[in-house]
Ligand binder design. Structure first.
Ligand code: NCD
Length: 311
């Protein structure tokens, strides 16, 4: 691995994260200034797991920068289905493309790929582990709607055990001063110990709760998440837990008037459709921010930023 990669949020310093958020803001304000910045560059997206937002927003990001995209969204159409190793697939792809985006059900697969190639590799979600570009998306959304990334009480609700977006978000928010985290989940889907140990080590206050109603009124941000069916060993257990939390209009009425509701999407049942029209519901806007922060990330990793980009 010789190029800069984004495998987990710790690969970026806090200053770099803030820089990406600012650069994305510049791109939102003046997209035309960036429209040909990646001319001649090729992004390869290798999706070994389903995706809508992450795949399309990466593709759209590269195309809106003037670059091009190759890849697959169904591994059955690639040679991995013939038994090719991940390392060999990656070596091949590197010989065609300038940047690799990979989503894989196996935790650590993007890191493994990065060991075999010299171009930047971006983790677009590895199993129930991490999803760093969703975290960048979340931070851009928070910064745009709250005007700050510090002094916030953030409730994350749902499948905290398997939700990779949650793991990346919690450990990244923990770097900012004045963050308090509330983990709201069924007993069976509590936040993994390694994330809690990291928070304790950083001195970040967190609480755990099995009830949404009793804590919702304290939150600046409510981050909902889907119960991750594909990570369950037992379908019966999934069926028992899938509707544990459902955010309804009625429950949201217990929240503050400026609490924002986020969700990485896809939503299944955990947010009722009648919440969508509430001005505090930001999840569709959040998905759009994902494209702009990925444009910023591509420029950063390919070294294509120019002086004056932040102006
Ligand atoms: C998430 C993921 O893939 O982890 N989706 C996304 O990338 N926006 C969340 C999920 O699938 O529940």
């Amino acid at each position: 691995m010789t190029a800069r990669c984004l495998i987990e949020p710790g690969d970026l310093s806090t200053d770099e994260i803030l820089h990406l958020v600012r650069l994305a803001g510049s791109i939102i304000r003046q997209p035309e200034r960036f429209a040909t910045r990646c001319t001649g560059k090729l992004l390869a997206s290798l999706f070994f797991e389903p995706s809508t937002r992450t795949k399309f927003s990466f593709d759209a990001a590269m195309l809106r920068l003037g670059g091009q995209v190759i890849g697959f969204s169904d591994p059955a159409t690639s040679s991995s289905s013939k038994g090719e190793t991940l390392a060999d697939t990656a070596r091949m792809v590197e010989s065609y493309a300038d940047l690799i985006v990979v989503r894989h059900p196996r935790e650590g697969a993007p890191k493994h790929i990065a060991n075999f190639v010299n171009c930047p590799v971006i983790n677009a979600g590895d199993g129930g582990h991490q999803h760093p570009t969703q975290t960048l998306t979340d931070l851009l959304t928070i910064s745009a709607h709250k005007g700050r990334l510090q002094d916030l009480t953030v409730g994350v609700c749902g499948d905290l055990m398997f939700g990779r977006t949650i793991h990346s978000l919690a450990s990244t928010l923990a770097r900012f001063p004045g963050i308090k985290l509330l983990f709201i989940s069924p007993e069976e889907l509590r936040m993994p110990q390694y994330v809690k140990d990291d928070l304790a080590q950083k001195g970040v206050p967190f609480e755990e709760s099995t009830q949404l109603e009793s804590v919702i009124g304290r939150l600046d941000i409510l981050y909902m998440s889907r119960v991750q069916r594909e990570r369950f060993v037992s379908e019966e257990e999934y069926l028992r837990l899938k509707d544990y939390f459902i955010l309804t209009k009625e429950k949201l009425s217990l929240a503050k008037s400026d609490t924002i509701v986020m969700h990485p999407l896809p939503r299944v049942n955990e947010i009722a459709a009648d919440v969508d029209s509430d001005p505090r519901a930001l999840y569709f806007a959040q998905a759009r921010y994902g494209m702009f922060i990925r444009m910023a990330l591509i420029l950063f990793l390919l070294g294509l930023e120019k002086e004056g980009d932040l102006a």
